[in-house]
Design a protein around this ligand. Structure first.
Ligand SMILES: [Zn+2]
Length: 72
C-alpha cells in the first residue's frame, strides 16, 4: 500500500494561487516527488512547504489507519 498519494498533493497544490501574481502553479508528479513550475521563487517556497505539510499529514493519517486495522 502506498503511504502518500502524490496525485492528491498535486491537486491541492494546483488549487493554490500566488498571493503576489495571482497565478496557479503547474505541478507534475515524477516518481515519488513533485516538480513545481510557478511564477516566482516566493510562491515556490510556499508550495514546497505546503507539500511537505501535506505529505506528513497524509503519512500520519495512513499509518494510523493501518494501525487501526492491525489492532482491530
Ligand atoms: Zn508569483
Amino acid at each position: 500500500m502506498k503511504i502518500v498519494n502524490m496525485n492528491e498533493i498535486k491537486y491541492s497544490l494546483e488549487r493554490m494561487r500566488c498571493p503576489k501574481c495571482s497565478e496557479h502553479p503547474t505541478i507534475s508528479v515524477v516518481g515519488d516527488s513533485l516538480k513545481i513550475s510557478c511564477c516566482c521563487e516566493t510562491f515556490k517556497e510556499l508550495l514546497n512547504k505546503t507539500a511537505e505539510t501535506e505529505i506528513s499529514k497524509q503519512t500520519r493519517q495512513n499509518i494510523e489507519k493501518q494501525l487501526k486495522n492491525i489492532f482491530k
